[in-house]
Ligand binder design. Sequence first.
Ligand SMILES: Nc1ncnc2c1ncn2[C@@H]1O[C@H](COP(=O)(O)OP(=O)(O)OP(=O)(O)O)[C@@H](O)[C@H]1O
Ligand SMILES: [Mg+2]
Length: 213
Amino acid sequence: MKNILEIKDLFYKVKDKEILKNINLEIEAGQYITFIGPSGSGKSTLMRIIASMITATSGEIIFDGKSLSSYDPTTYRQRVSYAFQQPTLFGKTVKDNLEFPFLVRGEEFDSKKTISALEMVNLDESYIDKSVNDISGGEKQRIALLRNLLFRPEILITDEVTTGLDTENKEIVHKMLTRFNEEENMTVLRVTHDESEIENSAKKITIKDGEIV
Ligand SMILES: Nc1ncnc2c1ncn2[C@@H]1O[C@H](COP(=O)(O)OP(=O)(O)OP(=O)(O)O)[C@@H](O)[C@H]1O
Ligand SMILES: [Mg+2]
């Protein structure tokens, strides 16, 4: 299998504090990897570096055979998509959020595609015109995740995206991500503290004090 992502000798420092130390990783296309480790150990920082939202202090990231720094950031973020820990919706309505992935690609909003995406996460078309202030936290989380998934990335990074969802909706999100992973070979990097998610992970990577252990 080919490596979709390689991380070599990566460090991340803020002032004198080493937040990530000597990270080396090889990830094959189509893997589903769960990142675990104590709060503050550096998981989100590593994910934000992989997603090109912040830049490592030193080291190298190779995505699809080329250095991350050689990609145009906007194009890169369509291929490697980060679903935030504690997402926020922007604008006024759910549509403002779900229209965004179309707009950045220069496409017209496709309501049919959007409705079927909403249905994947147990929501329906009535949500499109709802105000972002009138929906629950768990609904917000699922809508935010659809921003990452309306157009499938090659790597999806989920940072504790099921925290706060009830069992039924957690299960819906798991099934959806597993389906895209298995049927479309989407690589998934998942950060979680959820016991049952950790238990059900085939491949786990632990980060402790900024290092892979
Ligand atoms: N820009 C920054 N400046 C200073 N410290 C930072 C910065 N970004 C992250 N940190 C620190 O780096 C450490 C790792 O943070 P990170 O958010 O990566 O942890 P985490 O493993 O995702 O934790 P959690 O499980 O609580 O989400 C923390 O101690 C955090 O305070
Ligand atoms: Mg985090």
